[in-house]
Design a protein around this ligand. Structure first.
Ligand code: 89V
Length: 346
């Protein structure tokens, strides 16, 4: 199989896990690594045997033969690097979530790739977590019947700011960081939302943005869905870095949790059946984030297959824009205390 040439932009906290995930997939060669601070790129390149290192992205694009890029830089630089890649004619561009720091830039970014004829993929990995794939299979199997309500929760007190200090400075934190994941999971499992209402709070006074949000949705099929997310929770079963959920259907229910037990339970009139989803160990992954880091392998494989023309990518820029619209509609609702009709949100 011909190996596709990948250039990675960014050598911060998240890059080591994304590169680790690429290292598990045959058919990819990371030819170059760019980072603003060269020494960080050099250290990561040594660890993963990447041949060329740059601290000038334009120089990298000029020198290297590249089939696709993976942009894992700070959110404020996503547009700049996506644009740069599209302008040099790269046809497959992966960008870390959230794709942009605000709604207008997100729309501009998707439009830029559309005009350039480049396929944009957003690295929205949570929906690829193995326990969530299992829940989706169970829902699709019909065993619990038609779902009539659901709750999706992320409640954690994990010191996320220790590893990613920039999260403390974000003017909008919980919905851009975790909401991107939680709301995308809601879409993955239950389709699009028709209406939503949101309330946000800041509990931790050391951070700039909010760290708690609840989003009440009416899905397009009429089902009510309660989504909650918090980095201020002191709870018995911390959920970092996955979600817990309960879906009730006409013939039973399915539950994921408690906490990070990766246990999926199906309850019907016959009783409850529980199964624990085993997550393999990888030496490049952080055990605290294991289910999250492992999901990177699945999303990367899905994107790679799409690049090779085998199947379709789930996380395209256009698809992810729907998730981003829920994030910003939630902030709008929290700001105005109003119910948002998604058809009117643009
Ligand atoms: O996956 C992420 O977006 C991370 C974390 C789950 C740690 O909040 O920022």
């Amino acid at each position: 199989m011909e190996r596709l040439k990948l250039a990675v932009l960014g050598a911060g906290f998240w890059s080591q896990f994304q590169i680790g995930a690429w290292s598990e997939i045959p058919g990819v060669e990371i030819v170059a690594l760019y980072n603003r601070t060269r020494s960080k790129a050099e250290a990561l390149a040594r660890k993963f045997h990447v041949g060329h290192v740059y601290d000038d992205a334009a120089e990298m694009f000029g020198n290297e033969e590249i089939d696709f890029v993976d942009i894992i830089t700070g959110v404020d630089t996503h547009y700049k690097f996506v644009e740069m890649a599209a302008d040099v004619g790269i046809k497959h561009i992966i960008c870390q979530k959230p794709m942009a720091a605000d709604w207008d830039t997100a729309k501009k970014l998707v439009e830029k790739c559309r005009q350039a004829g480049a396929s944009l993929y957003i690295h929205e990995n949570f929906r690829w977590q193995a326990p969530l794939r299992r829940v989706k299979d169970i829902l699709d199997s019909g065993i619990i019947g038609k779902p009539f309500k659901a709750r999706v929760s992320f409640l954690s007190g994990f010191p996320v700011f220790d590893n990613q200090p920039f999260l403390k400075e974000l003017p909008h934190f919980i919905l851009t960081d975790m909401g991107s994941h939680v709301l995308d999971i809601c879409r993955y499992l239950f389709g699009e939302a028709a209406k939503l209402w949101c309330q946000c709070k800041t509990v931790n006074r050391e951070i700039r943005g909010e760290d708690v949000a609840i989003v009440m949705m009416e899905m397009a099929n009429g089902m009510p869905l309660y989504a909650e997310m918090s980095y201020a929770s002191i709870v018995e079963h911390d959920m970092f870095s996955t979600v817990n959920l309960l879906v009730e259907g006409e013939k039973g229910s399915v539950e994921l949790g408690p906490g990070r037990s990766f246990t999926v339970s199906i309850t019907t009139a016959e009783g409850t059946h529980s199964e624990k989803i085993e997550i393999p160990y990888y030496d490049w992954a952080d055990p605290d984030y294991i289910v999250n880091h492992e999901s990177g392998i699945h999303i990367n494989r899905n994107i790679l297959d799409a690049i090779r023309g085998k199947g379709y990518a789930e996380n395209t820029g256009e698809d992810n824009l729907e998730t981003v619209s829920l994030v910003w509609a939630s902030y709008e609702s929290a700001r105005t205390s109003k119910l948002i009709n998604m058809k009117e949100f643009s």
